[in-house]
Design a protein around this ligand. Structure first.
Ligand code: ADP
Ligand code: MG
Length: 379
């Protein structure tokens, strides 16, 4: 199947990922239809058309399937039934089978383990009685809701059984996983694309720094270490195992002893792959368009070392006045190698992802130097 420029591609969800997908699709001549319940959103601002409806609205899904030759999703928590309904009449990438395991941390961990890739020691907690025989090795641990958690939300650090009990109560006894809190050396992620023929390309591995459970900084030096190579191989196995079509991200922990643990996966372009917009030949969003359109996969080559800085709403709120204030973009953009990406969100709130800055430079050290100057400017 080849979708021709001028024809329609669909996206479920209208946040920043949908917006950047839309930009990439439009720059290749496609028209984009977004389905999302909100009247105003980062994607609806730009899309060629917007069906304002709930994600499980069958009539709306039917219209989308009729108009779009291929449909994707910008978030993993889209109802599986909606993907299934769409797939009866159009191509859905990734499909319900591939998205399912990413919607539930228990399924996800079991699936990743079944691919021969290690995950953190964990226990599934569905009811109070599951708390009775927890292995000592899971403490100190992190209790995470199995579904719908993101950006560190729905997580509690727990030192002992008593604390798990109260965290489970706070989670209102929804299904959870208790994970051992690991001693991390650093975190990395692999972003890859897999086409409908099963061919894969992988981007240079990024190192990720999180603040309060939210991605803050991505570093890409382009050096393929043994650990990075092993992570790419593991992510590739996971993509093959899922029969995956589209862009997939797998997050990993690297422990102090050098061992590699898969943390979670995202069945879509990922925040840690935003650097590809300015530092690689084809961005992760363009790659998603290529797979959907049945075009050859793009070149993932790194053109320059890169740093990505996430811009949270806090940056707009760091001053005396009670109204959010636009940061000094003039000062930021006067730094060499910087590109500003803002998501058009109307209102800045603490912890809300408002945009990001990509920095490229001739050397990785220079990119880090510029990134540090920008962090100081925005502080
Ligand atoms: P989210 O879906 O919110 O991204 P994650 O499971 O990726 O949830 O957790 C967010 C961050 O919390 C991770 O990137 C890591 O920094 C930290 N973290 C999560 N699980 C563990 C763990 N088992 N041990 C140590 N740190 C962890
Ligand atoms: Mg994560």
């Amino acid at each position: 199947m080849i979708v021709k420029p001028g024809q329609w591609l669909g996206v479920l969800g209208a946040g920043q990922l949908g917006r950047m997908f839309c930009q990439a699709a439009q720059s290749m001549g496609y028209r984009v239809l977004v389905l999302d319940p909100d009247e105003v959103s980062p994607t609806a601002d730009l899309a060629d058309d917007h069906i304002m409806a709930a994600y499980d609205d069958e009539k709306a899904l039917g219209e989308m399937a009729k108009r779009c030759l291929a449909v994707t999703t910008e978030f993993e928590n889209v109802p599986a039934r909606s993907l299934e309904l769409l797939s009866r009449r159009t191509h859905v990438m990734p499909g319900a089978r591939a998205v399912g395991p990413a919607q539930d941390r228990c399924l996800e961990k079991r699936f990743i383990e079944s691919m021969g890739v290690p995950v953190a020691p964990f226990a599934e907690i569905r009811e109070l009685s599951d708390l009775e025989h927890l292995p000592e090795g899971l403490f100190p641990g992190i209790l995470k809701v199995a579904q719908l958690g993101y950006d560190g939300k729905g997580q509690w650090r727990v030192a002992n059984r008593q604390e798990v009990l109260s965290a489970f109560e706070q989670a209102q006894r929804v299904p959870c996983v208790l994970e051992a809190k690991l001693d991390l050396a650093y975190e990395l992620s692999v972003v890859l694309a897999r086409d409908t023929q099963g061919k894969q390309v992988v981007y240079p591995v990024s190192r990720n720094i999180h603040h309060d459970g939210i991605l803050a900084v991505t570093h890409v030096d382009g050096v393929l270490t043994d650990t990075a190579r092993a992570a790419c191989q593991a992510a590739g196995q996971i993509a093959d195992g899922l029969g995956y079509h589209g862009v997939l991200c797998v997050e990993f922990f690297v422990l102090k002893d050098g061992s590699l643990i898969a943390n979670e996966m995202a069945p879509r372009p990922h925040n840690s792959g935003h650097y590809t917009q300015n530092a690689c030949v084809s961005s992760q969003f363009e790659q998603q368009v290529r797979v959907m359109a049945g075009l050859p996969l793009g070149d993932t080559r790194l053109l320059a070392p890169a740093v990505m800085l996430n811009l949270l709403g806090d940056v707009w709120l760091r001053h005396q006045s009670d109204q959010p204030q636009e940061p000094d973009w003039d000062a930021v953009l006067s730094k060499p190698g910087t590109s500003l990406h803002l998501y058009g969100k109307r209102c800045a709130r603490a912890g809300r992802k408002m945009g990001h800055i990509n920095i490229t430079a001739p050397t990785f050290e220079q990119a880090v130097g510029v990134a540090n100057e920008i962090v100081d400017l925005l502080d």
